[in-house]
Write a protein that binds this ligand. Sequence first.
Ligand SMILES: Cc1cc2nc3c(=O)[nH]c(=O)nc-3n(C[C@H](O)[C@H](O)[C@H](O)COP(=O)(O)OP(=O)(O)OC[C@H]3O[C@@H](n4cnc5c(N)ncnc54)[C@H](O)[C@@H]3O)c2cc1C
Length: 392
Amino acid sequence: MPDVLVIGGGSAGVAAGLAAARRGVEVMMVEGGGYLGGAGTAALVHSFCGLYELRESETETLKIANAGLAEELERRLREEGIGERRRMGRVDVLMHSPQRLAAFYDRWCAAEKPLKVLLHTSVIAAKVENGRVSELTLHCRGSSMLVRPKAIVDASGDAVLAALTGHPFELTPSNELLRPAYCAGIAGAGELPPLEIAAVLVRGIQSGHLPCEAAGAHFRQIEGGQVFLTLDLPGDEHYDSTSAASLSAVEVSGRSLAFQIVDYLREEHAAFREAWIAALPARAGVRESRRWIGKTVLTEEDLLSSHRGEDDVAFATWPMELRETAKGPKLLFPRDLKPCGIPAGCLQARDLANVFIAGRCLSTTHRAQASTRVMGTALATGEAAGKMAASF
Ligand SMILES: Cc1cc2nc3c(=O)[nH]c(=O)nc-3n(C[C@H](O)[C@H](O)[C@H](O)COP(=O)(O)OP(=O)(O)OC[C@H]3O[C@@H](n4cnc5c(N)ncnc54)[C@H](O)[C@@H]3O)c2cc1C
């Protein structure tokens, strides 16, 4: 029986699993999909944000925001040719290959013996007794299994354990919920001049060859020439990232639009003449769903004022990236460009003593989540939650 159960093998879950295992306790990490990495692999998100502190200009030294596993991952991905630092406007990111990241995560986790990874395995039920989660049901292709860990880290991105136990959580109303997106990998493209391609897409929309949603398309090239298309989508009329109907609509419209755009560009721009869609995501990208109510709730003002406290366990550095429409982000930067501390209370369920939280479903407000959700910060909150769970 594991001491610690980690739900979800995304950036936060992997870090939680590794951190707890390095403390010498038995850890089981369950991931519903077929590979680790969460959105950074399965949804083809291809850059790590939140790994670095903000800086005024490129002449300032680039500093890692969180020591520990985030720093280790950043160094190893660069050493192994999987990640490459890039300055983008006012921020710095590590571009990565999602496919190679998935294989890296396998190796990283396999090296920690007390960590057992179960893919294709989901938590589907949980029992609460005396203010603690006492038992969870795991499910894999029609078979189920019961586990009774001492502590649990919910790194599901969706606060699934809050939903399953009836613990309070928040879900932003549909009109403000961060919009979904669909990423696809493209092979065979040449050098991409972004302004020219944007102009071709606008012509396509104006002439009726492309639907107006194509305006939410942008392309990025990573080292090695692979190109990723990201399509920001409005979602359906009452978009709800926890509803199967809404998610189905996002998948179908994302896939269809990706092919329409690439087919159109093949005809209309030389850089796409030989291009084809080489990779579809295992799932569309969900930026926001349920958030836990923890002992502390991180707020927009905390981030704007770069708040620091004695019980901080991780640092958030990414600006609040509000994507409440499919028309591109609105970025809110902290006033002094300094990191904001994330207190331990944001990683602890308010009413369940043995439940810790990491990543996208952390205890924050809607706007604060628009910063803390990114993968660099998810690694740091995952590591902190894993340590807390191991010593529970
Ligand atoms: C389109 C898009 C673009 C983005 N761009 C960037 C970017 O450029 N840089 C950046 O840093 N961030 C970006 N983000 C945000 C970032 O990818 C996510 O917020 C981040 O991956 C959150 O990490 P996580 O580990 O909390 O959750 P996730 O990566 O979502 O991982 C959660 C994992 O839990 C698993 N899971 C869920 N429920 C269960 C269950 N019941 N049982 C078992 N497993 C379960 C899921 O299968 C999943 O693999 C983007 C997000 C989207 C959608």
